[in-house]
Ligand binder design. Structure first.
Ligand SMILES: Nc1ncnc2c1ncn2[C@@H]1O[C@H](COP(=O)(O)OP(=O)(O)OP(=O)(O)O)[C@@H](O)[C@H]1O
Ligand SMILES: Cc1cn([C@H]2C[C@H](O)[C@@H](COP(=O)(O)O)O2)c(=O)[nH]c1=O
Length: 687
């Protein structure tokens, strides 16, 4: 349900970085990410320097050792780190982790030998394992739910966006090391030392920021009597991840994406070489993954804002898998680069959705373990796939399809690895989609088309409904009640089963809400509670009356529906239109009428038609009712196919005729107007 073309000025919601606690955490995260990348560059370079005399093979293995030391802790310590994040004060966990990282990185140049690099790297990674889930689990506590996706976009941006900054900084620091080495002889020993000092400083800065961040909730689970043992908490975390359908789907999907990504990383250099590209081409392919990820995260999500997030998650992994298959089969470097951008976009979309959904759906006391479970498994998967992929490619060798004596198509080990990786990701995406789909039975294609057009999806329940839903809207005294009754009678005449209903007040609860909402004694009711009460009445109405009737195949004729809230609470009370849309979409499950009849009269006419004492809303000033009218008209103008606007100052029978003509167009098998003129209606019913 969209509300384009509205007349009310929209207040732009504040940017997520306007939220001071999140901004602080994000700054600490950015500084740490920069430090992490600097750490990787400095340590691999230092390992290479320190082992320069060991021979080429030993030197390569020494550099590889740094990577292994970085990956290994996840396997061993991952589960424990998650429990830590769920059990202890997250702020202090992050603070002490930062201090430890600072001390460890500082010790590397001071000790200055290869063995200590490996030990210190392993220890720093162990500490990281505690820092990251504590941070991930904290983010959803600092930002409102609706801003979590945006917050995760920014987090991912600094996690990867700091890599090129770190590379540049590393180059500058290496040069500076040479110059400063003349003043401080210690720095002259290795040109990576200065980078390591800056890296250590980054962790120290983060520690100071985190310490000042008092908004992080102090403890998650009270530690003491009654707190389950660490082992029990680990098992509880695993059980939760394995037992919850949604989380299982998310984790399977994200791991599938990692396996596919690992396959690319493992054989990319080989594959680009096969395509005739050199190091520069390899760099372009590598870079295009990141360009794609950034575009997917920012533009892809915006473009498909209206699609169910669960569906989009599964779909993006399936599409990523298929793109990988295409990359494996197409032997053209330019096309491969383009496909890689799209692949990155799908990965970016899936990653943001996965992270956001874990943040939203997992209880605070389990979130640390869930993030840490994901983090550990992702690293293990990446390690395994990166190790196995080149070996598999090497074992397969090369095959050629030869026509005559000319080879027309070559398929080698790197193609095979990409193909298998792609198929695996596609299958995993399908499994994830099945586990998580929140719109079973509703066509994905229809959903996608609606989303691309910027239209919210109709809910599952509405799709399953067979009846027809007609709503009447308009200002006070416009004639809605009169016309909806007449239409119900006419439809019954036509042989339809009709449920005629109204808002607010068509259910038992709704009747009580109506009394609160309209009784003039409740002056001063806040605009938000008013909007929520109308939405509550609507939720009850949709669930208890409208949907069951539609599912039976009945015609539902309803006097007022969601547009009344958009007009009265949105425009009349000047509430944020998006908020009114959101609560009503949630209340109704997105159920939209097949036709909305707007009976338009100037408030000066409508209000004078009403007899009796004015209720709480009728007694609002003229300008209020003018705003309401303008909003109704602009809603109708924005969706002319769904609306019929009738001039309510016309005589009643003329208004009825116009409505009948329009409704006849959408009725299944209507009685033709000429026949109706001859046969007439049943007076008994009309009376
Ligand atoms: N086309 C019309 N011309 C003149 N009077 C009309 C017309 N339609 C309805 N009325 C009269 O106006 C009064 C209000 O009509 P009705 O109750 O149908 O309006 P409504 O839009 O449902 O009002 P409310 O906003 O209070 O629900 C009634 O007395 C009705 O007979
Ligand atoms: C559904 C709905 C209604 N209102 C207002 C509009 C009217 O003043 C009353 C309903 O009275 P009626 O005589 O039954 O038309 O409630 C609103 O402000 N918001 C809504 O969503």
């Amino acid at each position: 349900m969209t509300i384009p073309g509205r007349s009310t000025a929209r207040r732009k919601p504040p940017h997520v970085l306007a939220n001071a606690p999140f901004r602080k955490l994000w700054t600490a995260m950015s500084v740490c990410s920069l430090g992490d990348w600097l750490n990787l560059l400095a340590l691999t370079a230092l390992a290479g320097n320190l082992t320069a005399g060991w021979g080429y093979q030993a030197q390569s293995m020494a550099i590889g050792g740094v990577f292994v030391a970085k990956m290994l802790p996840a396997v061993v310590l991952g589960p424990l780190a998650g429990v830590f994040a769920d059990r202890f004060d997250r702020r202090l966990t992050m603070f002490f982790c930062d201090l430890l990282r600072f001390a460890l990185v500082l010790s590397i140049p001071l000790v200055g030998n290869y063995q200590w690099i490996i030990v210190a790297t392993f220890l720093v990674e162990c500490v990281n394992l505690f820092w990251v889930p504590a941070k991930d689990a904290t983010v959803p506590n600092l930002v409102p739910r609706e801003r979590l996706e945006e917050a995760n976009q920014l987090n991912l941006l600094v996690t990867y966006g700091t890599a090129p900054v770190a590379a540049l900084l590393f180059a500058v620091l290496s040069l500076a090391d040479d110059v400063l080495g003349r003043l401080v002889p210690f720095l002259a020993q290795r040109e990576t030392y200065l980078a390591l000092f800056v890296n250590a400083l980054a962790y120290l800065i983060s520690a100071v920021i985190i310490f000042s961040l008092k908004d992080i909730p102090r403890t998650v689970t009270p530690d003491g009597a009654g707190t389950p043992s660490v082992l029990r908490q680990i098992v509880e975390g695993w059980r939760f991840v394995g037992g919850d359908r949604l989380i299982r789907g998310l984790i399977i999907g994200m791991l599938g994406a990692f396996a596919g990504g690992g396959a690319v990383v493992g054989v990319a250099k080989l594959y680009v070489g096969e395509l005739g590209g050199g190091d520069a081409a390899y760099g372009v392919v590598f870079g295009s993954v990141f360009v794609g990820m950034a575009s997917g995260m920012f533009f892809g999500l915006r473009l498909l804002r209206e699609l169910s997030r669960r569906r989009l998650f599964g779909l993006s992994i399936i599409v990523a898998g298929l793109l990988l298959v295409a990359i494996a089969l197409v032997h053209n470097l330019v096309i491969v680069v383009l496909l890689t951008v799209l692949l990155g976009a799908c990965a970016g979309i899936a990653w943001i959705i996965g992270y956001t959904m874990i943040g939203l759906e997992v209880d605070d006391n389990l979130r640390g373990r869930t993030f840490s479970f994901l983090q550990s498994l992702a690293r293990v998967t990446l390690l395994l796939v990166v190790a196995v992929a080149p070996t598999l490619a090497g074992l397969f060798g090369r095959s050629e399809i030869v026509v005559g004596s000319d080879p027309v198509y070559t398929f080698d080990g790197s193609n095979l690895v990409l193909l298998v990786g792609g198929l695996l990701a596609a299958v995993v995406g399908i499994v994830a989609l099945r586990q998580m789909d929140d719109r079973r039975g509703v066509s994905i294609v229809a959903d996608l088309i609606a989303a691309v057009r910027g239209r919210g999806y109709a809910p599952e329940t509405a799709e399953q409904a067979h009846g027809m839903f007609i709503a009447f809207e308009g200002g006070e005294g416009s004639g809605k009640t009169t016309q909806s009754r007449l239409l119900a009678i006419w439809l019954r005449d036509q042989g339809f089963d009709v449920v005629q209903t109204r808002e607010p007040g068509s259910t038992k609860v709704g009747m009580r809400l109506r009394a609160i909402l309209l009784d003039a004694v409740h002056q001063g009711l806040s605009a938000r509670s008013e909007a929520l009460m109308y939405a509550a009445d609507r939720a009850e109405h949709v669930e208890k009356i409208i949907l069951p009737a539609l599912q039976r195949g009945s015609m539902v004729v309803c006097d007022r529906y969601v547009d009344s809230s958009l007009a009265y609470q949105g425009a009349g009370r000047e509430l944020e239109p998006e908020d009114v849309v959101t609560i009503n979409r949630w209340a109704t499950g997105g159920l939209v009428p097949d036709l909305t009849v707007l009976i338009d009269v100037p408030p000066s006419v409508g209000l004078t038609r009403l007899g009796g004492a004015a209720d709480r809303i009728e007694s609002e000033p003229q300008e209020f009712h003018e705003r309401v009218r303008r909003e109704f008209r602009s809603l109708a103008a924005a969706e002319p196919d769904r609306y019929l606007v009738v001039d309510g100052t016309l005589p009643q029978n003329q208004v009825s005729m116009i409505i009948h003509d329009r409704v006849r167009e959408i009725l299944p098998d209507p009685v033709p107007r000429e026949t109706e003129d001859v046969t007439g209606t049943m007076p008994a019913i009309r009376d």
